[in-house]
Design a protein around this ligand. Structure first.
Ligand code: COA
Length: 169
């Protein structure tokens, strides 16, 4: 899919929804890679709030005008998708110690499946250490204001989903 010379990474996840933490990681990833494919998983053990198409459209809007980012969806094995893209690197973010065990398991499983595909971790910026898609959904569901933690398009969609009125701040 891509030219050999392009430094390409695939950043996979459920992105239900995309948060500013994810965006920060992609931006920093672009200091290292020429292009990042934000790969939204169709098959996930999670029960997503937003459909695959909705997650894709929100991410596309959030990265509109950034030619270094391509938003795609995938199903099946991640390593097969990464291979199909012509990439060698899976990019993942680490927020805290608690992420490590799960990420380590995934990275080793992916390596067992395809040895020539490598997982690279970047530390999440300290500003986003406490965020996750779940905590953002929980907060919004209870009527909390998560503006500033997610791209504007995501905040608009969360407000619609949870019937949140405009906040006076
Ligand atoms: N800033 C803020 N939050 C972050 C973050 C960052 N930089 N990095 C991760 N997170 C959060 C996410 O919001 C998410 O929160 P949630 O659990 O509340 O939803 C959580 O950390 C990690 O989830 P995410 O990054 O979406 O990844 P995931 O664990 O949901 O995705 C896949 C896992 C899709 C990559 C994995 O299941 C997969 O590869 N599936 C394909 C099937 C496969 O190949 N399986 C075998 C390989 S193990």
């Amino acid at each position: 899919m891509e030219e050999q010379s392009l430094r390409l990474a695939v950043y996979p996840g459920t992105f239900d929804p995309l948060t500013n933490g994810h965006i920060s990681l992609v931006r920093r990833g672009l200091d290292v890679f020429d292009r990042i494919v934000l790969a939204i998983a169709r098959d996930t053990y999670k029960k997503p709030l937003f459909s695959l198409q909705e997650r894709k459209e929100m991410a596309q809007e959030a990265f509109a005008g950034n030619p270094g980012v391509v938003v795609e969806t995938f199903s099946g094995l991640l390593v097969d998708y990464v291979d199909w893209c012509g990439a060698k690197v899976i990019l993942r973010g680490l927020r805290a110690n608690s992420d490590f065990e799960y990420e380590f398991q995934m990275a080793l499983m992916n390596r067992r499946l395809k040895r020539d595909i490598h997982t690279m971790f970047m530390m999440t910026d300290y500003k986003w250490l406490f965020t996750s898609s779940s905590i953002i959904k929980q907060t919004a569901e209870a009527g909390g204001d998560v503006q500033g933690l997610v791209p504007d398009i995501v905040w608009q969609q969360l407000k619609i989903r949870y019937g949140i009125q405009n906040h006076v701040s």
